[in-house]
Ligand binder design. Sequence first.
Ligand code: BES
Ligand code: MN
Ligand code: ZN
Length: 494
Amino acid sequence: MEILVKQAAATTLRCGCLIAPAGPGNKLRATAATLDEASKGRLTRLLKRGDLGASAGSTLMVPDLAGVQAQRVLLVRTGNAGQQPGAVLRKAASAAIRQLAGTGARDAAMFVDDWTGKGLDTQAAARILSEAALAQSYRFDEFKSEEGDARGALRKLTLAASDRQGTKAATAGAKTGRAIGLGVNLARDLGNRPANVCTPSYLAEQARNLKRGQRKLSVAVLDEKKMRDLGMGSLLSVASGSRQPPRLIVLEYRGASAKSKPIVLVGKGVTFDTGGISIKPAAAMDEMKFDMCGAASVFGCIKACLELGLERNVVGLVPATENMPDGQATRPGDIVKSMSGQTIEILNTDAEGRLILCDALTYAERFEPEAVIDIATLTGACVIALGEHAAGLMSNDDRLADDLLAAGQESDDRCWRLPLWDDYQEALKSNFADMANVGGRAAGTITAACFLSRFTGKYRWAHLDIAGTAWLGGKNKGATGRPVRLLMQYLLAH
Ligand code: BES
Ligand code: MN
Ligand code: ZN
């Protein structure tokens, strides 16, 4: 989808549909007020008789409004400004764009300044509108034989501003929003692809695709032999039950001088999680193709950094493997040695995410990072604790945690902190090795992070458990691309 910024006036702008917000209590914003005047009060009359629903995101399509060049006007109800203003805007704009999919309008326009207000300037609003437009025009139909409804997706969105200054700010915001939107959609594509296509080698191939023609990016792929040389016995123990060879993918984005320490993003890349010998029940097991969504979010962020030309250094690390049962698979009770030298008793082969992350986290030390953030669909317990609304956040550094909480709030892609007190470490005691890989049912999200914390002592570190947020189940089944927005906000702001 194309996003365009231009200076225009509401009545003379030509487009398939002009989207105009109306606040609670029928308060018309600038565009709607202008259109109302041009049409001799038609919009006010429609609102007075209650044609536009009162709840946020309700829409009303008005075709061929007199005195207006746009073919249609779509009124959309915005929510209460008491809430996070960015979230209010995103919700209303998303609803409006979604509504367009069923109409004949192929291009739409919005006046950015209708959406600005307290705590939200033109640039921020343009960014959110662009993100929302890309998210709403996303389709995943590469495995469908028949083309989708031709009336489907929006082709072009014009962000209009009434003066030069507004145009400039909107252009900057649209660039950021587009970059992040493309990153989110890449993460969704990778997440949605089935595990018979999206294998560890396939992910490595995708990394090489990102590299093509990009001076600021370098890509390295470590194979099994290299992992063995590095002593990554924990990562290799997860891969041993699979016919697919594992990969450790290293993406180095250099947007700043070599002296500037990088942020390292580590993404769990389990391309399918059967549980291994501790096999999972059959119900909804197909959703375990999404167990590489942490990895997908790392790819998404690197893509966004490239699109933005972000001026900082970012390293992406993706340990990629399948978790399968097989004659070669790891057994419960097996003891392995991690790259850090610490030994692990694997009591449950379904707690595989931490086993691949720990070696990647040790590998991260060599980048002398400013901070390391790992992103993982790590525990079912996190879905129980926070549902689909927030990722779990755990950290050994209060400032880093606060910065990520703020970035989540700001980008409307939230996380919520859980404690990492020493008391929880006891659960990982093993009679036979330095630690066990599981800690029992209580506080499963925290004990998983406790396990990781034993490999992250040398740097500032945060862990995002995205088991509840990375994909939706049921009728809207599909990857969400979270937490790319959160991470990009963090990278942009700090
Ligand atoms: N990938 C799963 C976590 C998961 C499960 C995410 C369901 C989303 C939905 C992870 O590898 C896993 O199996 N974790 C186990 C850990 C347990 C064995 C300690 C879990 O959560 O049950
Ligand atoms: Mn598992
Ligand atoms: Zn898993």
